[in-house]
Design a protein around this ligand. Structure first.
Ligand SMILES: C[S@@+](CC[C@H](N)C(=O)[O-])C[C@H]1O[C@@H](n2cnc3c(N)ncnc32)[C@H](O)[C@@H]1O
Length: 376
């Protein structure tokens, strides 16, 4: 099957149509081969290997390799069980550090892919794969591990983020395995309210390439702080520190703008970040997808997502913005504004209309004002 998958990847890359591709494959396996091949092509930025086994759903759910490596290095478990292992990426990285690991999944195909992937990464020997419901007593009985990990599946349309809706539910995993260990790690939807979590431990929010990627909850024995934010791939970490005085103050836009990473915002660590930055920083704006600070000084910090110099302000109206951009030699504009995706392109076309300059502007909205800035 491996050779057929490789051949199919090649055929898709060369632009063969599906009928022609199918004609080269054994009929009963064609659907699966094509899906794996498509997933491999789609996965190119997620994993360092291009020969992994997965379907599209497995790929979508899979932990990004950079996150998997970070968490494995953080936990370095002696033994661990991933009780909803999917195609096995997080499990494999844990297994690199552990001497013994278990991978459980209710979906036989996913478990088969996880086994194949463990082979590719050279950790197959260390892992015991078990097919079935990880909540069932027969499976619980087979597992003896220091740490229980679960990255549960999320039903797509969950009205409110609740532990009960995750599969398997962390509440049930805890009940099933609490007599075995007190060290659990759960992946949770980052939007979930922290008050809903009935255990003591650490909430770790991870940004990957500038966007919020994960919330991991570590039970007390594994916790290092109450809340933390991690920026990957840089590997920068910020922890909550209740002893710090509150130094966050607000201001109107000054000369520079600094974008605060989402993970820092979600973890409520803005005050901690302000303490880390040397220089005077003020808060400007805090909305769902964007948090901006401002300063009259040019500051450098690995905790900023991006830094900008403000080149002007005008009324937040496409004609006025376009006018400003034209007069100041801009050729392109990127909108950093919370408007619906459907309105984004028409708004951008209007503000970029007739621009001939070389420079790129970043446009922010602050109340009824547009802030025009350039990246530092
Ligand atoms: C989000 S995926 C895990 C992805 C994995 N961390 C990775 O890196 O590939 C969740 C998995 O939980 C499995 N699952 C759901 N309910 C389960 C149960 N009761 N027992 C075992 N596995 C379960 C699903 O089949 C799915 O593969």
């Amino acid at each position: 099957m491996e050779d057929y998958i490789k051949l199919t990847v090649e055929m898709i890359r060369r632009g063969y149509d599906e009928k022609k591709i199918r004609s080269k494959l054994p009929r009963e396996m064609a659907d699966e081969i094509i899906e794996i091949a498509r997933a491999r092509i789609r996965a190119k930025d997620k994993f360092s290997r291009s020969d992994l086994w997965m379907d599209m759903e497995g790929l979508r759910y899979a932990t990004h390799e950079i996150v998997a490596q970070y968490r494995a290095e953080r936990v370095k478990p002696e033994s661990i069980a991933d009780v909803s292992c999917g195609i096995g990426i997080q499990l494999i990285f844990f297994a690199r550090y552990a001497s013994e690991a278990y991978g459980v999944d209710i979906d036989r195909r996913k478990l088969f892919y996880a086994e194949k992937n463990a082979e590719k990464y050279g950790v197959r020997e260390k892992i015991r794969f078990i097919h079935g419901d990880s909540l069932s007593p027969e499976i619980v009985e087979q597992i003896n591990a220091d740490v229980i990990f679960s990255d549960p599946a999320r039903p797509p349309q969950m009205p409110e983020r609740r532990l009960e809706d995750l599969l398997p539910s962390p509440l049930q995993v805890y009940e099933a395995y609490r007599h075995k260990t007190d060290a659990f790690i759960f992946d949770l939807p980052p939007q979930i309210r922290r008050e809903k979590i009935p255990w003591k431990g650490e909430f770790e929010y991870i940004d990957l390439f500038g966007a919020l990627n994960r919330l991991t909850f570590y039970f007390e024995p594994l916790a290092k702080a109450e809340r933390s934010a991690v920026l990957l791939p840089q590997g920068v970490r910020l922890e909550s520190d209740p002893s710090l005085e509150d130094i966050v103050q607000w201001s109107r836009p000054l000369e520079y703008l600094y974008e605060i990473p989402q993970a820092v915002d979600y973890a409520d660590l803005i005050n901690e970040l302000f303490h880390r930055v040397s220089g005077t920083l003020y808060m400007l704006l805090r909305e769902k997808r964007r948090v901006l600070a401002t300063s009259s000084e040019e500051l450098r910090s690995e905790y900023f997502k991006r830094a900008y110099i403000i080149t002007g302000t005008t009324k937040f109206h496409p004609v006025r913005i376009n006018d400003f951009l034209r007069k100041n030699g801009y050729g392109r504009a990127t909108l950093r504004v919370s408007i619906p995706d459907s309105a984004y392109w028409s708004f951008r076309r209007r503000i970029e209309s007739g621009l001939k300059g070389e420079k790129r502007a970043f446009v922010f909205q602050y109340r009824d004002m547009a802030i025009i800035a350039e990246a530092l």
